[in-house]
Design a protein around this ligand. Sequence first.
Ligand code: HDD
Length: 718
Amino acid sequence: MKNVNKQAKDSENRKQQDLEVSKSDATGQMMTTDQGLKINDDTNSLKAGERGPSLLEDFILREKITHFDHERIPERIVHARGSAAHGYFQVYKSMEKYTKAGFLQDPNLKTPVFTRFSTVAGSRGSTDLARDIRGFAVKFYTEQGNYDLVGNNVPVFFIQDAMKFPDLVHAVKPEPNNEMPQAASAHDTFWDFISLMPETMHTIMWVMSDRAIPRSLRMMEGFGVHTFRFINAKNESHFVKFHWKPKLGTHAVVWDEAQKISGKNSDFHRQDLWEAIENGNYPEWELGVQLIPEADEHKFDFDLLDPTKLVPEELVPVTLIGKMVLNRNPDNFFAETEQVAFHPGHIVPGIDFTNDPLLQGRLFSYTDTQLSRLGSPNFHEIPINRTIAPMHNNQRDGHMRQEINVGRVSYHPNSLGGGCPFQAKIDEGGFSSFNERVDAHKVRDRSESFSDHFGQATLFFNSQTQTEKNHIINALRFELGKLETEAIQIRMLGLLSQIDTNLATKVAEGLGLKVPKSPEKPINHGVGADADKHKYEPKKVEQSVKSSDALSMLKNKTLSKTITTRQVAFLCSEGVDRAAINAMKAALDKEGATMKVIAPHLGTIKANDGSEVKVDQSFLIAASVLFDAVYIPGGKNIGFLASKPEAIEFINEAFKHCKVIGADDAAIFTQTNVKSVLNVKSDAEGIVLNANKEDKNFTKSFIAAMGEHRFWSREEKL
Ligand code: HDD
């Protein structure tokens, strides 16, 4: 067993060892120029006299400034804002029945991975909490070469054909005349495009749901989106959909919170991921697959090649086949997180594409974009992109080539180099594309089987709880409410009415508009220009599955009750009950949750027993939106906090966002001087009281309530 573990550990470390040779550590070293010349003065430039002009001769100044002038590279055209971590993937049991992919065979093999999460629309410095899809890109450094699973936290995409991707991105990005708004879809150009492209409706439902405002990058699902293929050693193909299921469950914040977090800490997700890994709370996901035999390709109400559709888990269950653990933060953000280059076309034998027209376009786009972003076809040599598999071919030269290819041969076939590098036979691991038969006319067209634009949007909406439906309605009211053009709002109401009449009516109420009686007929602009193509008119296909729990976060079994790594704010001031702090802290520690003492000032405060309590954050810095729950320990401080507007705001906000509030003394909620300003109903769900310190189960009750995460009944009452 020991040997097996060692083998797994060794395989996991292979990428780390590879990166080691490129690392530079200045500890204990002298400062030099880029040429290795030791620098004697890094503060003063070379001048003609103490007060004279700087000299052109100053090669040290020139080198330093020149390098600085060229430090920036273009940010990613989409997914510019991202955070990443290293880790490993391990399969539970061999998947050889379905795929010959090397990293999916041996449960003792740990394949190194580098995973980058991102928002789509915002710039590199934009807020983490934008309403947006999150990118979920995993680079597996396999022994057969790099495999990239470049997915999102939403299982479907806005458009069906890559031809429309630049239009979609132009529409959502800040408007070109005034570069506004940043990292937001709530503006006219986005909804103008969406309202004219009914195929976007299913994904719009997801983006308007709380999936688009995750609580943490560690608490969101991932999806490969497209249907891919698994190919086994007998060259048999199964269609496959990939899922990542987070061990901590799938959780979100609410929109009001998201907006406030953006102001308080726009690095909220980045910091959360970084700190979890630094503290040894390694985030974990299980990889799931939905497997569909070739023969079942046409068995569904939708086309498997259509990326605006998902396969309901009721029709094809998700089988969990392995796990990914992220256990190491990058050493250098630019070198690793910024320079990593993902590409859905980086595949290994055993995995292959389908003819999904969105995927087909992506296969071109990703290498192309690296050429302008990273500047050269040699981006594969950048340490984070380097494969751990042996790499030999006849590609040569280009900007910034690192490799020194020896010998005189750089072509194939050759006799002077003994025919090397050799082509690999299939049984030697050589890649060959799936032998799919394609027999067709060349057409610029789309299959009629892609015409259902509403069926799964309705399925998604119907699968949500009432709370989730309310959040979708409010998100649409917010987004559409920000538009300047009424015609776009009305067009959207027309489309929403095809998904659900109640949804459209409720959104219309918020906008002060009426749902159009005979909505503009949705045009499929992708193929609508030609009169003969009326067969492509958008339609709604009734889905055989009417409601799917897996699509709702609140019904979903992936909503885990664990409170590991959750953050609790302890609101304290002078005279706070020391024993109460200790008891709650100990109980939270046991569950892996963390606490912070929030008080009127930094430094320390005196507890009721005379001891000093270290303050982590003052009310000036802290905010309820940055915490999962609030605890108000007893003692004299209750009276003080009740008179402190910042504390009242803290508690009110936690109540509004349906979080657990625990208090040792009900007085905080009932004092006459605060009753008028405190919006908390002390008998509401999720308010845990330890009246007169008599409740021995208080900490237990508080933790159990935290496991429910939010008490939505309060929101409905509000
Ligand atoms: Fe894309 C980046 C995911 C459609 C073109 N995409 C990018 C990233 C993710 C995705 C996660 C960031 C990777 C990283 O962290 O570096 N993209 C998707 C998914 C899609 C999708 C799940 C649909 C199912 N993308 C898509 C299309 C095109 C692109 C249709 C173009 C035809 N995507 C790009 C890109 C990016 C990119 C322009 C920008 C930066 C990069 O590639 O490296 O090439």
